[in-house]
Design a protein around this ligand. Structure first.
Ligand code: AMP
Length: 416
């Protein structure tokens, strides 16, 4: 027997009835970003592997475990993009965008690839809308970006969303803090759970998420990174917060927020949807003032975010199930006898050229079957062509019928 193929593990087909919600996410994002002065950019689906190794960070899970890397025929190592920021920064440098008025604001959307363990809401190919503002250190940039993301999520109507906000300071502050936290945890090792004790050297921050009672008690008194920010970083973070407050944005301060990418400095944020279960992050980002230098450019600050289109779609679909509504009927379905199909296609073509939604039967159905099909495709009208060049227009909502002249159908339907 011939093997039946399926989409590869962790990937999925987006079927046509699943497109409207995704298209709405993309349309709302695009409109809001362009209204805020973000220009549309597209970068290749794959890049030199080194760009991500250096840009995302050698020590990150993404680079160590999750990249789809392959060698091309010329022996070069290429990688399917696991995220957008490194590519956008590469394009910024390659096209000399430092010479433009700063910050340069860019957005893009498309597929990204990470070899993660698939589960609900976590895929190996997923779609992001991404925004980057490169070339300004101002805390207004961070705040503006968070406000835009929040407004997109609000306009889409995603329910149960919370925003977590933190600051990482500089890499040096972070490293010193992690050392301090390790020392603190070691000084109270006996009170910690076995799990936290075992991961103390690798990731001491995990201890903040522990449910173990003794560990929680220790963590209540633990130093936090926010308390250790140097003066400039603390001022920057305060300024971001004040702007968000002035614009009425509600957020939770999270002194333990960490993200899986090495390049973040200062502001860090994540939008979560509590209805989504384990994979609840619907978007997030932060400032990355060291990244452009890491990939060979001059010191250049930047800030960005990515929204997860698949997860936002999951959240909205779940909501729509709960409040299922009738969608409005639209367009015309032309019903004809077998020998009237040519005339039907000509009429449908004329209607389509006039900008209307129109369709016909292409499967040789009898008249009754065609009426059913008209109903199934959600047509507003069925136009029944008779042999004597007469036609009946049936309103599929009310069932009302009237005689019409097919020759003037476009006018008739334009002013029904
Ligand atoms: P990140 O690029 O890791 O900051 O992720 C930004 C957003 O992209 C997340 O909040 C998710 O909504 C989405 N995302 C990241 N990885 C995946 C994945 N493997 N599957 C589906 N969505 C993802």
């Amino acid at each position: 027997m011939t093997e039946k193929f399926k989409a590869p593990r962790g990937t999925f087909d987006v079927l046509s009835d699943q497109q409207p919600v995704r298209e709405r996410i993309q349309a709302v994002s695009r409109r809001r970003l362009e209204a805020a002065g973000y220009g549309h950019i597209d970068t290749p689906i794959f890049e030199d592997t080194d760009l991500f190794a250096r840009g995302v960070g050698e020590s990150t899970d993404i680079v160590q475990k999750q990249m789809f890397t392959f060698e091309d025929q010329g022996g070069r190592s290429l990688t399917l993009r696991p995220e957008a920021t490194a590519s956008v920064c590469r394009a910024y440098l390659q096209h000399g965008m430092q010479k433009l008025a700063q910050p340069v604001k860019l957005w893009m959307e498309g597929p990204f690839f990470r070899h993660e363990r698939p589960q609900a809401g976590r895929y190996r190919q997923f779609t992001q809308v991404d925004a980057e503002a490169i070339g300004s250190e101002s805390p207004l940039v961070d705040a503006e970006m968070i406000l835009i993301a929040s407004d997109i999520i609000t306009e889409l109507g995603v329910e149960g969303v919370r925003l977590r906000l933190g600051s990482l300071g500089t890499p040096a502050t972070r490293a010193a803090y992690l050392e301090e936290l390790r020392d603190y945890l070691r000084s109270r090792e006996a009170e910690l759970s076995d799990e936290v004790r075992g991961r103390l050297d690798v990731n001491p921050l995990r201890a903040f998420d522990a449910e173990h009672e003794g560990t929680r008690h220790v963590m209540d008194e633990a130093p936090t990174l926010l308390e250790r920010l140097d003066e400039a970083d603390a001022e920057h973070f305060d300024a971001v917060r004040q702007t968000l407050d002035r614009n009425g944005l509600v957020y939770e301060l999270d002194p333990t927020l960490v993200r899986g990418l090495d390049y973040y400095t200062r502001t860090l944020f994540e939008f979560e949807c509590e209805r989504l279960g384990a994979q609840s992050g619907i978007g997030g980002g932060g400032r990355y003032d060291g990244l452009i230098e890491l990939i060979g450019g001059p010191p250049t600050p930047g800030c960005g975010w990515a929204l997860g289109v698949d997860r936002i779609a999951l959240a909205l679909e779940a909501q729509e199930d709960a409040a299922e509504g009738e969608t409005a009927r639209e367009g015309v379905f032309v019903v004809a006898e077998e020998d009237g199909r040519e005339a039907a296609l000509a009429l449908v073509t004329e209607l389509r050229r006039a900008g209307m939604t129109a369709d016909l039967d292409l499967a040789g159905r009898a008249t009754k079957g065609q009426m059913k099909q008209a109903d199934r495709v959600g047509a507003r009208y069925a136009l029944i062509l008779a042999r004597d060049a007469k036609a009946t227009l049936r309103d599929m909502d009310s069932g009302e019928e009237r005689e019409v002249d097919p020759a003037t159908l476009v006018e008739t339907l334009s002013s029904p």
